[in-house]
Structures are given as structure tokens and as C-alpha cells.
Design a protein around this ligand. Sequence first.
Ligand code: ADP
Ligand code: MG
Length: 630
Amino acid sequence: MSSIIQLLPDHVANQIAAGEVVQRPASVVKELVENAVDAGATEIKLIVKDAGKTLIQVIDNGKGMSVTDARLCFERHATSKIRQAEDLFSLHTKGFRGEALASIAAIAHVEMKTKQDQEELGTHIVIEGSKFVSQDVAVLPRGTSFSVKNLFFNIPARRNFLKSDTVEFRHIVDDFERVALAHPNIHFMLFHNGSEMFNLPQSNLRQRIVNVFGGKTNEKLVPVTESTEIMGIQGFVGKPEFAKKNRGEQFFFVNDRFIKSPYLHHAIMAAYEGLLKDGSQPSYFLYLDVPPHTIDINIHPTKTEIKFDDDQAMYAILRSSIKHSLGQFNVAPVLDFERDASLDIPYEYKEKESQTPLIQVDANFNPFADEKPSRAFSSSSGGSHSFGSSFNSGYKKQESNASWESLYVGLKTATEEIDVSEIQFESEEVTGSLFGENEVETAGNRTYQIQKKYIVSPIKSGMMILYQERAHQRILYEQFLTNITMHQAASQQLLFPLELHFSQSEMAMIKELRPSLENTGFVFDAMTTEILVISGLPVNVAESEVGLLLEELIHDLQGELPESSFSQSDRIAKSMSRSLSVKTGAYLTEKEQESIVNSLFACKDPNVSPFNKPTFITMGVEDLDKRFAL
Ligand code: ADP
Ligand code: MG
């Protein structure tokens, strides 16, 4: 019988291996930047075009390579970092597998220029899909420059699988930040499509964190230091009051390598116990120093997971040292007996000038108009304006409306019933769907809130149960989408412009979104690399919510969800509707409940939330009869 097993040719083996090492442009960035760090560079410049799909270039001033090494580095399992298996237990470098360059060269067009300090001339190599195209001697500065073009040119399936530039660039920034945070003594720069996104000069750790995440970060940081036999801890944790809704700023480094550890994360959360609002996430930047022989970093191909010999002890040490630091920070002012704490101005107000209270006048208010809640919506099947002026703006300022309305309490009559049939008439989509012929006609005039989550309302055929949060999301979503596409949003002018601080990469994102955001009603006065000055807001956004709203928006748009195939406007509208909707757990007045019911059925697509979840269900009398027949 003939034998059928063959050894794969090198370029095929490399291409297969590349699948593991290079998932997306960010993987290339990570490998090249780490190589530059390993080469002892003090300055590393990263240049990216089209989120790395067109070009990724890394220029370092490290030790460079000899002619032979320059050729050898593209071979698989070619590394200068370990020689024998034991070396794995005393690693001080980022790389050690010797497969990154071979993998990258197998699936892209790579050009490398490198020169060692003591040499007169350097080497210039071009390699495409594992094939050496050229090798020359060249006059070069000290160090190495890699440029990687046309990533995945020979694996179209991979190329097509890449996400939008926004998402891919976010991944690059993530990896860039991780290396930059681990090495504050190296000057890092990042350029994207010709503009400078980061310029991080050599500095200490605290300055590096502040340079990456913006000037405001400084006041949020509480230092943590601990030194035990098992490990040393250096770094900072965020003050609890600055905790965020997402897990953006959480970093663990072990021996200067970024790692993920759900177990140690848990230790940190345990240290914050009782200090955080529900579901909010503290920032942390923690650098653990562990004897190399007590860890195994080899258990994950991309090396972000790690195995510790004694993770239980680490858990305990980490938790108690963070608790200690937070305690010191919290307790410090109380122990300061010299000062009368009651005289202290609350921190946030220290630098604020006093503000004249805003007087809000509703120009449209006509005391003689015979107002019914449903009226505001009756003309709203296509227009967003009536939403804005009635339901949405009323939402946040409900108290102020409520105060004059309370004068009329005694005059409330049964005429204030929800005229759903009128809505049904207005927005035809509703008729065909869940409600049969004229079914929506209300049997009564009341809505009830259940568990601060559902709104129940009787309808002719039985009853209807709305999911308050989802229903409100739908209402806001359609409103924002109309505003963005029709450019017709109203905006509330702020008396004192609002100054918000963002990191450089967040600001880049806001710049990209600016036109759409302005269509929702935002007015931006000025934008520097870190500060955003806002002088107008969409009518339904309260001043206190803006920071969180934009933060969540950036987070949503950078994430993989919602699907990148949707338009940017759609994703903005989705994100904002999720941020601003009334949440489960929010008490709603009867008027607010009615308002939600009415506005929902004036929507084009009231049946589902923007995230495709049902917004309401109905229960017919027959259903109820069945239940009682049991
Ligand atoms: P590894 O980093 O795991 O050793 P790589 O494929 O990333 O494997 O790199 C192979 C070798 O090429 C490295 O061990 C190093 O000797 C050399 N090398 C790669 N990049 C650089 C650089 N920027 N400067 C100097 N040498 C480099
Ligand atoms: Mg490497």
C-alpha cells in the first residue's frame, strides 16, 4: 500500500500557524510593538492606515538585527529569546515563541529595514506571502522598521471577516494602550490616517496613565503598594466615586505583561465591597511582580492568560492591600482633627462659580387650551418634534411640570383617558399587527405600574402589559433616528458651557461622530485633544447625564455590538436610547405611564425594542378565562 502522509510545505504551515497568531490587524500591532520593546527601544512609533487594513508600521530605535538575523527572523520557531525549555521559567521578554514574524510574513506584504548600532549599513528585506522578494544593503538609522501592508491578501475569507474600521482601530488602541501602560519609560507614538492619536513621552507610571486616559484621571487615582515574598504590587486603583458603568479601564500587568484574570479581578471587586453603586466598575492599573518561575504564561496562544502557583495567596494579598489603600484614602480626612470638616465645600463645587438658577419658560403653554395627554402625540406619526416637547422633555423635568399641574388636581376628570384608537388611526402600522380590528380601544382609563418594571393597561379585549424600559427605548430610538436623518432636533442652550474630559482616543471617536451628534441636538463649542466644550444639549438629555451618555456611546460604538453592518446613525440612536430610557426599577407617575403607552403606539414599529425584544404583550379575556377554569 502506498503511503499518503506528507510534510506540509513551509509556507502552508506558516499560513496555518498564522491563523492562531494573527486574528486581526491589532494582533500584528501587538507582536511588532512587543518585539520593539524586547529590542530595548526607547522610542516606538506606530503608524496605521485604515485601521491597519492598509498599513501597519512600527519604527523603533532598538538594537536592530545583523544581516543573518534579519533573514532568519522570518523563519518559524526562530527566536533569540529562549534557547532551552528551562528558559521558559525565567522569561523577561514579551516574545519567546519565534512564530510572530513568520506568521505575519505568510499572510501580508512585509518590508523590514534594520540596522545595528555598531554597523555602518543595514539590511532591507521585502517578503510577501512567505516568499523573499528582495534583500539589499541600505543606509539606515539605528533600529528596526517593519511595515505590513495588505494583511490577509491571500486569505480573502479572513479579510472579509474584519469588522468596521472603528472596531478594528479600537482593538489596535487597546493593544497599544496595554503595552504603553506596561512601559512608561518608553516614548510611544500612534498615528492613524495621518493624525496623531497618542504621543506619550517617557514618564513615570502615574503620568503615563494620565497621558493615556486624559488629565482628569489624575485626581481619580489612589496609589497601591505592597511587597511580600509571593509578589510585589505597584500601581493605582480608582476612587469609588469615579467608578464607571463599563470595564474600560481595568488593567493587570504581571511582570510588565498585560494579562486577564477573572480570579484576581474578583479579588479587587471584593476589596471595593460596599463602596460601589450597583453594577459600576472601578478603574485599576495594577502591576504585579512575581518570580518568573512561579508562573506559566504559556497556557494561552495569545498569552493574555496566566497560571500562578499560589493564586489563593495572591488573591488575599491583592484584596487586603487594595482595601488598605482605599481605607487610607477614605479615612484620611476624618483623622485630620485640625480642620472642621463641616466647613469644607464639597469637592465638586470647589472650583465652580455660583450659578444663577435657570428659569424655564414653555413658550407653547396655553393655559386656556383644553389639554389631553394624548393630544400631544396625535400629530406625531412622522414628526419627532411633538415627542420632544411633550413626553421626552417632560421626562426629566417632570417635577417642574408636575408642580403647576398639581394646582389642577381637583379638576382632573375622566376625559383624561387614553384615546388609543386615535393613535391607531394615526399610525397605520399598529392596526395590522398584534391588535385586531379596533381592539386597542381602551376599556378603562388607568394604567398601573407593576414592580417598577411593567405597565399594565386594560384594552377592549383584555389587557396589555408593557415592558417600560424597552418601550421607552423604542420611543427614544425612533425619535433620535428621525432627528439624525432629518437634521431637525431641537436643542436646549446651556447658560454655562459644559466642559468634559476624555482620553485622546475617545475624543477622536467623538470627532468622528460629531455631525450625527449635532443632529441629535448637541452643540459643541470647542474640541481640543482632551476637552470637549458643550453649549447645547438635545432637549431630552439632562446636563448631569451627558458625561455618562457620551461615555456609553463611545463604548457601544467601539464594541462589536450592535452589528457593524448597521449605519452609524442607527447605532448612535440605539446607544442613546439605551442610555436614556427609564430603567427597570424607576417609579413612573400615572402621567408618565400613559405617556409611554401613547408614545409607543405612535411609533413606526412599536412591537419590539431597538434591540429586537418584545415591548409589550396582550392577554385576552379568553386567556384569563382559561386560567380561572383550572
Ligand atoms: P519572538 O519575539 O517570539 O522571538 P518573533 O517572530 O516575534 O519571535 O521575532 C523573531 C526574532 O526576530 C526575535 O527573537 C528577535 O531576535 C528578532 N526581532 C524581531 N523584531 C525585532 C526588532 N524590532 N528589533 C530587533 N530584533 C527583532
Ligand atoms: Mg515577537
